[in-house]
Write a new protein. Sequence first.
Length: 122
Amino acid sequence: MVIGSKNVPRRGPGAAAYSASKAALNQLARVAALEWAKDGIRINSLHPNAVYDTALWTDEVLASRAKAYNLTVGAIQEEQSFENWKFSSKDVAELAAEMCGPLFAKTTAAQVPVDGGNERVV
């Protein structure tokens, strides 16, 4: 399981290095899924949006992202979530664990958004 980012299908201003590294990781996952499928090894990617309960989102990072979008920190946290859906790191972890189980036993190379249908990604 690869944890990607909404920045893979939809880049964000001021996040070139982050977006490029996540896109590279995503491509590596796609190639690995293709190459390892014959051995029964599955590789899938999750692309979460607006998971603010991690150490990644320092006050400085939030301020920088808000500035890049010309918004306040509060506004960017609201704007990032479609219909104000909020996601936690636990939500992403639970889906990742489920995708490693039998329900998704025949799924590989999937790109799964975790964003509530964020219109900037769909």
